[in-house]
Design a binder for this molecule. Structure first.
Ligand code: G3P
Ligand code: MG
Length: 259
């Protein structure tokens, strides 16, 4: 059985704790090593950043530019996957990870499905490729997770990316990322058929969470790395929390993903 967006407002199938970029800062972000480490700490769900190569391959990278987290240079979206696949995306973090490659969405899906783990795919388009990225990611997700009841949660700061995902694959769950409660956020979330908002944590309190809940939206937050802040947000009614603190005892997911 597939969960429709209406089902999700009644029953939220995702774990509450979500490891940021695979394993926060404890392994090279958005690489398979990071996901393996996050899972070893008990996380059952992960957030990561997806963009397109020049030839349209979805792969994981946070920045527009390659230089911070790989041994490459320049605009990541301007290079074909054959070139990107030869880069070292681990050595910048430390010698133990030297040679770690960039991760294609397809390879991530294979690993997640084999290990019965869940994901929040943040659509992180290269500038000017918002709609293309949203559409390609949605089409890939539909194919790669075709047999799964619990689909990846698609999120983005870019409404154009979510709109394209919605147009191509309306049955996939979508969440609007918000750095603040921007004017018009309710209209945007409704128009995009979102099931959730993912909000910068200083903007959240019990009242704002209740406002979103009253609209039928779940409320997730990024990026909470302090135990006290996490406790306060759970008490305020939060539904999901993205954290870098994967190696901290207070931030380890222990519940089953069974739905
Ligand atoms: O998806 C939540 C969070 O990852 C958004 O910020 O910059 O870490 O991608 P950023
Ligand atoms: Mg992100």
């Amino acid at each position: 059985m597939n969960h429709t967006c209406a089902d999700l407002s009644a029953h939220w199938p995702y774990p509450r704790w979500i490891a940021h970029r695979g394993a926060g800062k404890t392994a090279p972000e958005n690489t398979l090593s990071a996901f393996r480490l996050g899972a070893s700490h008990g996380f059952r769900m992960f957030e990561c950043d997806v963009k397109l190569s020049a030839d349209g391959e979805p792969f994981l990278l946070h920045d527009d530019d390659l230089c911070r987290t790989t041994d490459g240079q320049g605009d990541a979206g301007g290079q074909p996957w054959a070139q990107l696949s030869r880069l070292d995306a681990g050595g910048w973090h430390g010698p133990a990870y030297a040679g770690e490659p960039l991760l294609r969405l397809e390879a991530l899906a294979t690993w997640l499905l084999a290990n019965r783990l869940l994901v929040n795919l943040e659509i992180k388009p290269s500038p000017g490729r918002e709609a293309e990225t949203g559409a390609v990611v949605a089409d890939h997700v539909t194919r790669l997770w075709s047999d799964e009841a619990i689909k990846p949660l698609l999120s983005s700061f870019k409404p154009e990316a979510l709109a394209a995902a919605q147009a191509c694959q309306p049955g996939l769950p979508r969440a609007l990322l918000l750095t603040a409660w921007h004017p018009g956020w309710q209209h945007t979330a409704e128009a995009l058929g979102c099931v959730a908002v993912v909000v910068h944590h200083p903007c959240l309190d019990a009242a704002s969470i209740a406002t979103a809940h009253a609209m039928g939206l779940r409320v997730l937050t990024y990026t909470v790395n302090e135990a006290d802040r996490a406790d306060a947000l759970w008490h305020a009614g939060l539904d999901g929390l993205i954290t870098d603190a994967v190696d901290q005892p207070w931030a380890q997911e222990r519940e089953s993903v069974a739905c």
